[in-house]
Write a protein that binds this ligand. Structure first.
Ligand code: GLP
Length: 251
């Protein structure tokens, strides 16, 4: 395993405190030089303690997000923004509503697209990331299929923002929050692996023993498109921040 690829913490709170301090320092030092900071953000339960810590830093330590632009990884297709399970709703409820980030600096793929609009929408999302100067810091979780964003098995290392068919395992994992499998969308728009890997710094978070097997494949397995998180092994500045449970299967 590459030196520095994995850091193991005794609990998620310790991991997110360290990570939020790194991101705060990045935002402050870029702001002092007159630059925006571009954050790539993720959804799911895993990032929630990290988002709580960013909110605490904003409230208690005066960390401003006025110089921050955000790009989320993905969005379910077929959901309006204000659907309770849309990632738009998730991100506003759990993070953006509690910070001073400008609405015009917040970007998520749209979940409401006609088939003929998808290609242009994805190209525009890629263009917006480029025009913002690229992603300075990318946050990731990992799905049971090994996906980052919604890059399901078979997603190539060079894939770009596009429509993806969700794996049955991914839909099963989302079923309880949607009130049943039948309500889970079948497709999503996701940044590609290539889009994600262009970020200058990447940290993947994983907590709990239920993530241990897929984390092991991503960290110690061969780099391959069946586990898109394994591509991080080849990134010059990517790291897995794990709690003890998520690290328990590693050699
Ligand atoms: C979804 C998201 C991923 C996330 C994964 C794991 O599939 N698109 O970005 O990493 O869920 O979710 P959780 O953090 O709840 O385990």
């Amino acid at each position: 395993m590459k030196v520095g690829l994995v850091q193991v913490f005794s609990c998620p709170e310790d991991a997110v405190r360290k990570l939020a301090a790194e991101v705060a320092e990045l935002i402050r030092s870029r702001a002092s030089q007159g630059f925006m900071t571009v954050l790539g953000l993720a959804t799911g339960n895993t990032p929630l303690p990290f988002y709580r810590e960013l909110i605490r830093l904003h409230r208690e330590e005066g960390l401003s997000f006025e110089t921050v632009a955000t790009f989320n990884l993905d969005e379910y297709l077929g959901l309006d923004r204000d659907h309770p399970e849309s990632y738009w709703t998730f991100m506003h409820r759990n993070l953006f509503d509690h910070l001073d980030v400008s609405p015009e600096n917040i970007h998520l793929p749209s979940g409401r697209l006609r088939d003929e609009e998808i290609e242009a929408h994805c190209a525009a999302y890629e263009r917006a990331i480029r025009e913002a100067g690229g992603i300075d810091f990318q946050l990731l979780g990992i799905g049971r299929t090994g996906h980052i964003g919604f890059n399901e098995p078979g997603s190539s290392k060079s894939s770009r923002t596009r429509r993806i068919h969700l794996d049955p395992i991914t839909r099963e994992d989302a079923a309880s929050s949607f009130g049943g499998l039948d309500h889970v969308p079948t497709h999503a728009i996701t940044m590609g692996c290539g889009t994600i890997l262009e970020a200058r710094r990447i940290v993947l978070l994983a907590w709990g023993g239920h993530k241990a097997a897929i984390v092991k494949e991503a960290v110690e397995g061969t780099v391959n498109d069946q586990v898109s998180a394994s591509f991080l092994q080849e990134h010059p500045n990517a790291c897995f921040y794990l709690d003890r449970g998520a690290a328990e299967a590693l050699d």
